[in-house]
Ligand binder design. Structure first.
Ligand code: SAM
Length: 232
């Protein structure tokens, strides 16, 4: 993961000065690694709230949320991504708690600590989403919410087949998907989870799904979505 940060992948960009100023002035626009921002009414009461940015380092979400008045903790497996939050916190004089760790193990946090857990697109790095959702439910207060962004299964089901007419997508992979079973699929293992895992998995933990949006891109297999799930 640190290698990718060294190579400045697009998702390791820090918040701009303009984004930080907007957040401070009550115009927070939060993106979670997909192009559509989190709907404003999902996080309209963020000032003073305790927020966990889960696998959410990189100097984007945590500094924006902190500048909007939230009390932010960020946990991430990449120290280089966390270093970006440290630098942003120094630059903007923000009190962001930095935790180096795995999103599958939130045992360092007490039950019912956070009002929000905000998870930029990253669940495809873990083989199972269920332990993550279970832990998110535990560390959230009642009425607290988990907001995730994730890719749709169609991104993994289909492979592109090139032909003389410009090519087409063919549904070839059964879900759940693991890139480890497909040679030449990149430097890290990526897991394609089903919607039963993403939606059913949150409901099975006790969450109520209170928001759902999709973000269709020009490539029809690129259909990330976001959910808001609330602990009643
Ligand atoms: C695509 S980036 C998302 C963060 C970024 N701020 C954004 O706007 O998209 C994925 C993040 O997940 C982190 N990550 C991957 N696997 C993880 C794990 N098992 N536990 C914690 N963090 C993890 C990576 O280090 C990286 O910071």
């Amino acid at each position: 993961m640190d290698n990718l940060v060294d190579n400045s992948v697009w998702w390791s960009n820090c918040a701009s000065e303009e984004q930080m100023a907007d957040a401070k002035n009550g115009q927070l626009e939060l993106t979670l690694g997909i192009s559509k921002p989190v709907p404003k009414d999902w996080i309209s009461d963020i000032c003073g709230r305790k927020v966990l940015c889960l696998a959410g380092a990189g100097g984007l979400q945590a500094p924006l949320l902190a500048n909007a008045g939230a009390k932010v903790t960020v946990i991430d497996i990449s120290q280089k991504m966390l270093d970006k939050d440290i630098r942003m916190a120094e630059k903007y004089n923000l009190d962001i708690k930095i935790e180096h760790g795995n999103m599958t193990d939130l045992s360092r946090f007490e039950n019912e600590t956070f009002d929000y857990v905000i998870n930029p697109a990253s669940l495809f790095y873990v083989p199972s989403v269920h332990p993550v959702f279970k832990e998110c439910y535990r560390v959230l207060k009642h009425s607290g919410s988990l907001i995730i962004a994730a890719p749709s299964p169609i991104a993994y089901v289909c492979d592109f087949v090139d032909d003389e007419n410009g090519g087409y997508y063919k549904a070839v992979n059964r879900m759940p998907y693991s890139s480890a079973e497909h040679p030449d699929q990149g430097d890290w293992i990526e897991f394609g989870h089903t919607m039963a895992d993403y939606i059913g998995g949150q409901i099975a933990c006790g969450f109520v799904i209170t928001g759902y949006v999709e973000d269709q891109q020009e490539d029809i297999t690129d259909l990330p979505f976001m959910t808001k799930a609330t602990k009643l």
